[in-house]
Ligand binder design. Sequence first.
Ligand SMILES: Nc1nc2c(ncn2[C@@H]2O[C@H](COP(=O)(O)OP(=O)(O)OP(=O)(O)O)[C@@H](O)[C@H]2O)c(=O)[nH]1
Ligand SMILES: [Mg+2]
Length: 238
Amino acid sequence: MNNNKRILVFSATYNEIGNIRELINNIQKYLPSASILIVDDNSPDKTHEVIKELKKEKKNLFLIQRERKLGLDSAHKIAFNFAKENSFDYLITMDADLSHNPKELPEFVKNLEKSAFVIGSRYIPGGKCSMKGIRLIMSKLGNKMIKSVSGIKSSEFTTSYRGFDINNLKNFDLANVKTKGYSFFMGTLFELEKSNIEIKEIPITFYDRTKGVSKIPKAEILRTLKNLIYLTFIKKFL
Ligand SMILES: Nc1nc2c(ncn2[C@@H]2O[C@H](COP(=O)(O)OP(=O)(O)OP(=O)(O)O)[C@@H](O)[C@H]2O)c(=O)[nH]1
Ligand SMILES: [Mg+2]
């Protein structure tokens, strides 16, 4: 692995008190040289207090605490800017609910040496998803549908386990992704394709959260459908 690269690992948190300590410790375990940025939206469970406590012993841990729940899309945009402004080479984003395993971080780094954008994929050979029942069906079908409607060559659109080689992203900027909420993750792939950036999928194992509750509102599924039609129309006809 190329140890000269400056790496930032980012996660957004909202009520992840049961997961945050393990997440941060495991990121450090598997990628000791990386810095860690957490954007917390004033979690009522005081996730930020745990981060502040950990900050006392970990000098490469950064916390941006926002006043209120302002959404995942803007949290990821802040991380992208933070990486650029602080001259990081690679940005790797992941969820804080331990759905994404920090053990896989070195694989992202390895792949970023050749690809400007890397996405952790549950639905390519070698990938796994521990979701069950209707959740698994919805996720699989949803990703298949986005692929066939959009024509974008990726089997994964909705997970946030991703790596960016900041210096090699040409005219791509996360700030240009206009779709909000959870559609933001799908919108990022449309934006990458527009910028002619190859989408490199690597297999990941996705674990369903065991602590805390999901923050995904059911209306997001409909919003994703609406945004898929909108983005595909723009891609094909404008
Ligand atoms: N800062 C911030 N973090 C958020 C917000 N919404 C969700 N998160 C975090 O974003 C990550 C993904 O959220 P989840 O609720 O796990 O959503 P999901 O993974 O799509 O849904 P599940 O599969 O049900 O877990 C987690 O780390 C959350 O704590 C938000 O509005 N602000
Ligand atoms: Mg989750």
